[in-house]
Design a protein around this ligand. Structure first.
Ligand code: PLP
Length: 468
C-alpha cells in the first residue's frame, strides 16, 4: 500500500475511532442480523486485483459494522465486560504497526522486559505474595490449562510429558466447585485427566465452594485408591460472582498435598480496591493465579495476567529449545515462549503500560468503584420491588435477578422478558441458571456506563415485565 494512501486512510479511521470511542450510543448494542446474513454480503471469491482502501473501508462500514455487537456501549450489560479504553486502543495501534512477534527476549527485548515490569506492577496493585512471578497469557482458559499441565508434570516429575498417560496408572483427581467456569472442564479434558476425574464440589447458599464437601470428596477418593492432584478455586464465579473461601480451601489443598489454582478471571481486578482485597485472602496458598485485565481493567482483549510460584515447574513443563530458536542470551534472559502453549506471542504488555499510566491506580479504582456502586443501587431497586427477586449476593458489578410475580411460570416469564429485551437497541443482558432457577444477569462494567444507563435499563425491564 502506498504510504500516502496509508496515512490518509489511517487519519480517516482514527477520526472515526475517536468518535466511536466518545459515543457508541448511535449503534444498537446488538446487531439486527440473522445467521448467514453478513456472509451473504461478502464476496464469494478473493479478489484477483488490488482494491482501493477507500472501497475496503467503505465496505467495512456498510457490510461489517452492522453485524457487530458493541461491547463498549453503555447499555452492554451482558456476560462480563470485555473492557477496552482509549489508551489501550492507542497501544494496540502501535503494537499492530510495529508487528513484533515477541516469543523470545531477543525477538523484542523491550516487550519481554516491559511484560516483566507490568506483571510486577499488577502484583503490587493486587498485593500478591512476593514469590509470585507473572506472565501474560491470552486467556484465563489457557492459563487454567497451563496450570493443570504444570501440576501434572510436577507431580509426575515430567513422566507424563515423556511417556504419556499410562493406562491403569495413577488415577489423578481434580476438584472445582460446581459453579466453576466451563474452561475448567475443558482444561481437565485436554490435560488428559478425563472429565470423569473432575469432582464438581457442592456450593453453599451463596454459591461458593463448601470446604467440608471438598474435604469429603478428597477423602472418598483416597479411600478408593485415587490420587487427588489439584484444586481449582474461583474468585468471582461466572454465573453469580461467588467467591470460594481461599483460606479454607488452601488449608485442605495443603493437607492433601494438592496443587491449588485460583481462577479470578473477572473479579481479580477488584483486588486493586483496598475494600475488596479480602477476596484474595489466602492467595498465599495458591500455586497459580489468573485474572483478566481484559475483562475489568480497561485493557483490550486479549490480556490474561497469570502468576506462578514455581517458575521452574512451569518452564520445565513447556520449554522447547530447537536449534533454530536458540539465541546468544538464552542463559541470561527470560524467554516467555517457554511459559505457555503458543510459540508466537503478541506484544501485550504495551497496552497494560498505557492503561496503568494513563488512568493511574487511582483512576482505575474510581471506575471500578463506580461500577460496584451502580450494581448496589440496581440491586437495591430490584430488592425493593415486590415482583422481582435478587438471586445471589453481588459483591462486584453483577446482579443476578428474576421477575417473580404472584402468578405465572417464572422460567417462562423470564425467558419472555429476556427475549423482549433483546429486541431493544439500547441494552443487552444475558442469563444464567442458579440452582434450578433461570435468571437474568445485569453485569455493569463498561467504562461509559453511568447511572442514567442503569436507571433507564431498570425502567425498561420493569415496563416489559409489567406487560408480559
Ligand atoms: N473463568 C471465569 C471465572 C470466567 O468468568 C471466564 C469468562 O467469563 C473465564 C474463566 C474464561 O475467560 P477467558 O475468555 O479469558 O478464557
Amino acid at each position: 500500500m502506498d504510504p500516502k494512501k496509508f496515512r490518509k486512510a489511517a487519519h480517516r479511521l482514527v477520526d472515526w475511532m475517536a468518535d466511536y470511542l466518545e459515543d457508541p450510543t448511535g449503534y444498537p448494542v446488538l446487531p439486527d442480523v440473522q445467521p448467514g446474513e453478513i456472509r451473504e454480503r461478502i464476496a464469494d471469491d478473493p479478489p484477483e486485483r488490488p482494491e482501493e482502501m477507500e472501497a475496503i473501508v467503505s465496505d467495512f462500514f456498510d457490510q461489517i459494522l452492522p453485524g457487530l455487537t458493541h461491547w463498549n456501549h453503555p447499555g452492554f450489560f451482558a456476560y462480563f465486560p470485555a473492557n477496552h479504553s482509549p489508551p489501550s486502543v492507542l497501544a494496540e495501534m502501535l503494537t499492530a504497526a510495529i508487528g513484533a512477534q515477541c516469543m523470545s527476549w531477543e525477538t523484542s527485548p523491550a516487550a519481554t522486559e516491559l511484560e516483566q515490569k507490568m506483571m510486577q506492577w499488577l502484583a503490587e496493585l493486587l498485593e500478591l505474595p512476593g514469590d509470585f512471578t507473572g506472565v501474560i497469557q491470552d486467556t484465563a482458559s489457557s492459563s487454567t490449562l497451563v496450570s493443570l499441565l504444570t501440576a501434572r508434570e510436577k507431580a509426575t516429575k515430567g513422566e507424563v510429558g515423556r511417556s504419556g498417560m499410562r493406562e491403569g496408572g495413577d488415577d489423578w483427581v481434580i476438584y472445582a466447585s460446581e459453579q466453576a467456569h466451563s474452561s475448567v472442564d475443558k482444561a481437565v479434558k485436554l490435560a488428559g485427566f478425563g472429565l470423569n476425574n473432575l469432582r464438581n464440589i457442592a456450593v453453599d447458599d451463596r454459591f461458593a465452594m463448601r470446604p467440608e464437601a471438598l474435604r469429603s470428596a478428597i477423602e472418598a477418593d483416597i479411600d478408593a485408591g485415587r490420587t487427588p492432584l489439584a484444586v481449582i478455586a474461583t474468585v468471582g464465579t461466572t454465573s453469580s460472582t461467588a467467591v470460594d473461601p481461599l483460606e479454607q480451601i488452601g488449608d485442605i489443598a495443603d493437607a492433601y498435598d494438592c496443587w491449588l489454582h485460583v481462577d479470578a478471571a473477572y473479579a481479580g481486578s477488584a483486588a486493586i480496591l483496598p475494600e475488596k482485597r479480602w477476596i484474595l485472602d489466602g492467595i498465599d496458598r495458591a500455586d497459580t493465579f489468573v485474572f483478566n485485565p481484559h475483562k475489568w481493567l480497561m485493557t483490550n482483549f486479549d490480556c490474561s495476567a497469570y502468576f506462578v510460584r514455581d517458575v521452574d515447574a512451569l518452564v520445565g513443563s513447556f520449554r522447547a529449545s530447537p536449534e533454530y530458536l536458540k539465541t546468544v542470551h538464552d542463559d541470561e534472559v527470560v524467554n516467555f515462549r517457554d511459559w505457555g502453549i503458543p510459540l508466537g506471542r503478541r506484544f501485550r504488555a504495551l497496552k497494560l503500560w498505557f492503561v496503568l499510566r494513563s488512568y493511574g491506580a487511582d483512576g482505575l479504582r474510581t471506575i471500578l468503584r463506580r461500577h460496584i456502586e451502580l450494581a448496589e443501587q440496581f440491586r437495591q431497586q430490584v430488592q425493593d420491588h415486590p415482583d422481582f427477586e435478587v438471586m445471589a449476593p453481588s459483591p462486584f458489578g453483577l446482579v443476578c435477578f428474576r421477575y417473580l410475580p404472584r402468578s405465572g411460570d417464572p422460567e417462562a416469564l423470564n425467558k419472555q422478558l429476556l427475549a423482549q429485551l433483546r429486541q431493544r437497541d439500547e441494552l443487552h443482558l444475558t442469563h444464567t441458571r442458579l440452582g434450578e432457577d433461570f435468571c437474568l444477569r445485569m453485569s455493569i462494567g463498561q467504562w461509559h456506563t453511568r447511572q442514567q444507563h442503569v436507571e433507564s435499563a431498570w425502567e425498561t425491564i420493569q415496563q416489559i415485565a409489567a406487560e408480559l
